[in-house]
Design a protein around this ligand. Sequence first.
Ligand SMILES: Nc1ncnc2c1ncn2[C@@H]1O[C@H](COP(=O)(O)OP(=O)(O)OP(=O)(O)O)[C@@H](O)[C@H]1O
Ligand SMILES: [Mg+2]
Length: 318
Amino acid sequence: MVNNNFRPNSWNEFLGQSQIISNLKIYVESARQQNKTLDHLLIHGSSGMGKTSLAFLISKVMKSKLHILNGPSIQKPSDLIAVLSALKPSDILFIDEVHAISKEILEILYPVLEDNKMNLVIGKDYNSKIINVSLPEFTIICATTEIYKLSYPLLNRFPIHFQIMDYSLSEMSQIIKNASNRIDLQLSTSSCEFIASYCRNTPRIAINLVNRIKDYIITKHVNCTNIVSLKTIFKQMGIYSQGLTNNDVEYLKILKEHKTLGIESLAQILDAPIATIIQNIEPVLIREQFVLRTLRGRMITDKGLKYLSEIFNKEAAN
Ligand SMILES: Nc1ncnc2c1ncn2[C@@H]1O[C@H](COP(=O)(O)OP(=O)(O)OP(=O)(O)O)[C@@H](O)[C@H]1O
Ligand SMILES: [Mg+2]
């Protein structure tokens, strides 16, 4: 489990995403000078890229109390209404996985986002009436990994919208350096860069790897953290270069065998849900240019074939 202690506590500790951070600093400062709350904010990006960390950081720099809700766990209107009713001025409400909230809950959220009001239905059938309840000035931060599942009316009710972009290799190595410092693990710059190449561009994976490396060092399964010993650790963990896992390699092997395959056939052969393939397997393979998505289906590239032959040659040599 990723330890919450790794979450950035200040602007400086949140690495990369320079455009988001520089804009956010302006919006936060402007809100402060006008004695206003920050406008509602939507953050989207893949899993483990820093959405929750950013929401936590905003609440820290705004010195605001953070209330947290998770889209899939808001099952009935009262789940949301209870939290909204407890909000105090300047609080922040963070709704994670907002794509998973139902239409019924969205109906409550729309007037809150737009007019800072809750429309509550009191009574039943012919005796029912709607009352408007004004809420204190507060900020809603929503996060999603699946932006395309949000309806347009929801999307355009967020005055601020950030997309978490890829991290550069040097930003990833700095995240690794900072995480290793926090757990007293000595890593050279070249070791950090090497680990960064195994992180699939994802800070959460970086932090997991740093923790696992510490496990190997502490239990003396490996003596030092040079690149040769890091390679031994990753091999033992079943991670290939570029951070590929057995599933990713299996996917490449299937494509090598079949040349071109549609996603349904791939899912069947891999025995994995299509969503898992699209969200967990393909992003790294496409970013590394090992795989192409064409109209006829998925195809392995020459670079992908070279990667496969390299890892199997290495295995044969060992
Ligand atoms: N830009 C960053 N700088 C430093 N550390 C980061 C950064 N982004 C993420 N992290 C670290 O990576 C971990 C995972 O990030 P986080 O939980 O914010 O991801 P997420 O986008 O919310 O993922 P999910 O969609 O799965 O909820 C955090 O614990 C944090 O320590
Ligand atoms: Mg999160």
